[in-house]
Design a binder for this molecule. Structure first.
Ligand code: SF4
Length: 395
C-alpha cells in the first residue's frame, strides 16, 4: 500500500517478501507484516486496477443509477447493518413515499417507522427524519455537499458523510465501512485488532489517500464492492482480485486470518413476558419512547423478568399492573419465541389475558391504543412484536 503513514521501520526490520508489483513487505521486530509505501505512482496503479475491475464487475444496484444525494443518503443509511438484497425493496418504497428531505420532514414519525418496519436499527429512521428536518430548515431543502456541513446532521457520521459527499458530489472524501476495513487491513497487512484506535486511524488515513484521486465516488464504491464480492470474510478469492499484486496479506499467506478481531462476548440471555391484553374485543398496544432501543415503535405490553421461573402468569400480572395500571384475569399461555439481538438473546413468553376496566397509567411507554386485534399489524412494529403477533395467532 502506498504511502502507509503507520509504516513501522526499525533497525531490526528485515526484508521478508515482495508482492510482484506491490509495496515492499517487511517484518518488524514484533513480527508484524507491514506494507511500505511506494508512492503516488503505485497508488495510481492500484486505483486504475480497482476501477477497471469495478466498471466490469459491479452489481447492478438501483442506487447506482442516480446521483440524487437524497436517494444515495437513504441507501447508505439503510445499508448500514443491513444486507443489500434486504435493502432494495425498502429503499424503493421509502423513496416513493418520501422522495425528498421535505417529504420526510413533513411526515408523521409513525408513518416513517411504518415504512422502516422490519429493517431494524430504528434509530436510523428517527435520525434520518430529524436530519431531513434540519436540511429543510438549515439548508433550504438541499442536501449539503460539504463534508463538515453533512456531519452536522443528526445520525450522519464520518462514513455516511463521506459516502454522500463522494458518491453524489464526487468530493475526495474517504469512507471506511466493514468491507473497506477488511480490504485495507489485508492490503496493508494490519495486524492490530481491526476495531482498535491505531488500526482505525490507519484505515481512515489510507482510505483518504486513495480517495484523493479522480472519481472518488467510484473508487469508494469499488473498495466496498471488492469487499462484498472478492475480499470476503472467509475464503477471499485472491486469484481473481485486481489488487492481488499489491496485497501484503496475500504475499504473507495471511489473507484468511486478517483482519484480527477482539474475541466476541457471549450474548447475554434476557427473559421477558408480553401479552395480548384484551378488553371489550379491543387489544392494547403501547408505544416505546422516541429515544432508545426500538424508540417510537409499538408493541404488546410486558417487560423483562429476572429469569425463566418468573416468566409465568403471576409474573406477567405483576408487570402489567405496575406498567399499565390494569389488573388481569383469565391469563393463558400463548407460546414463546426466541430472538437474537447483537449482544443479547431474548427468551419471550407470550400470553393472552383480559383486562379489568380502569384507566391505563403507563410506566415506560409514552402512548397507548385499544385496537381490534387484527389492526395491530397496521402499527409500526419491530420484528419481535411481529413474530409475537404471528405466534399468538393475531396475524
Ligand atoms: S488479494 Fe486477496 S486478501 Fe488481498 S485484497 Fe485481494 S482478495 Fe483481499
Amino acid at each position: 500500500m502506498p504511502g502507509g503513514s503507520a509504516t513501522v521501520s526499525t533497525p531490526s526490520s528485515r526484508r521478508r517478501d515482495r508482492p510482484a508489483d506491490g509495496p515492499r513487505v517487511v517484518e518488524n521486530r514484533a513480527g508484524a507484516i507491514v506494507a511500505r509505501g511506494a508512492g503516488v505512482k503505485q497508488r495510481a496503479r492500484m486505483r486504475q486496477a480497482l476501477l477497471t475491475w469495478y466498471h466490469k464487475s459491479r452489481r447492478d444496484l438501483p442506487w447506482r443509477h442516480t446521483r440524487d444525494p437524497w436517494a444515495i443518503w437513504v441507501a447508505e443509511t439503510m445499508l448500514q447493518q443491513t444486507r443489500v438484497e434486504a435493502v432494495i425493496p425498502y429503499w424503493e418504497r421509502f423513496l416513493a413515499r418520501f422522495p425528498d428531505p421535505e417529504a420526510l420532514a413533513d411526515a408523521d414519525l409513525d408513518d416513517v417507522l411504518g415504512e422502516w418496519s422490519g429493517l431494524g436499527y430504528y434509530s436510523r429512521a428517527r435520525n434520518l427524519k430529524r436530519a431531513a428536518e434540519k436540511v429543510v430548515t438549515g439548508f433550504g431543502g438541499c442536501v449539503p455537499h460539504d463534508l463538515d456541513a453533512l456531519r452536522t446532521l443528526p445520525g450522519v457520521g464520518r462514513y455516511t458523510a463521506g459516502a454522500v459527499a463522494s458518491i453524489a458530489f464526487d468530493r475526495p472524501a474517504p469512507i471506511v465501512d466493514g468491507n473497506v476495513a477488511r480490504v485495507l487491513a489485508r492490503l496493508l497487512g494490519i495486524r492490530d485488532e481491526i476495531e482498535s484506535p491505531p488500526a482505525r486511524r490507519r484505515l481512515w488515513e489510507e482510505a483518504e489517500k486513495l480517495a484523493a484521486g479522480p472519481t472518488p465516488g467510484d473508487l469508494n464504491q469499488a473498495l466496498m464492492e471488492l469487499g462484498a464480492l472478492l475480499c470476503v470474510p472467509r475464503a477471499p478469492r485472491c486469484a481473481a482480485c485486481p489488487l492481488r499484486a499489491f496485497c501484503s496479506a496475500r504475499a504473507a499467506g495471511e489473507a484468511e486470518t486478517l483482519p484480527r478481531r477482539a474475541p466476541k462476548r457471549a450474548p447475554q440471555s434476557v427473559h421477558a413476558v408480553a401479552a395480548l391484553v384484551v378488553r371489550r374485543s379491543k387489544a392494547l398496544a403501547v408505544r416505546r419512547p422516541a429515544h432508545g432501543l426500538l424508540g417510537g415503535l409499538w408493541e404488546l405490553p410486558g417487560g423483562d423478568v429476572c429469569g425463566p421461573r418468573a416468566a409465568r402468569p403471576n409474573g406477567l400480572a405483576e408487570i402489567l399492573r405496575a406498567r399499565t395500571g390494569l389488573s388481569m384475569s383469565r391469563i393463558e399461555a400463548a407460546g414463546r419465541i426466541e430472538y437474537a439481538f447483537t449482544h443479547r438473546r431474548l427468551h419471550l413468553r407470550l400470553f393472552r389475558c383480559e383486562a379489568a376496566s380502569g384507566r391505563v397509567r403507563l410506566e415506560g411507554w409514552d402512548a397507548h391504543r385499544w385496537l381490534a386485534p387484527e389492526r395491530l399489524a397496521t402499527l409500526p412494529l419491530g420484528t419481535v412484536t411481529k413474530r409475537a403477533l404471528a405466534r399468538i395467532g393475531v396475524v
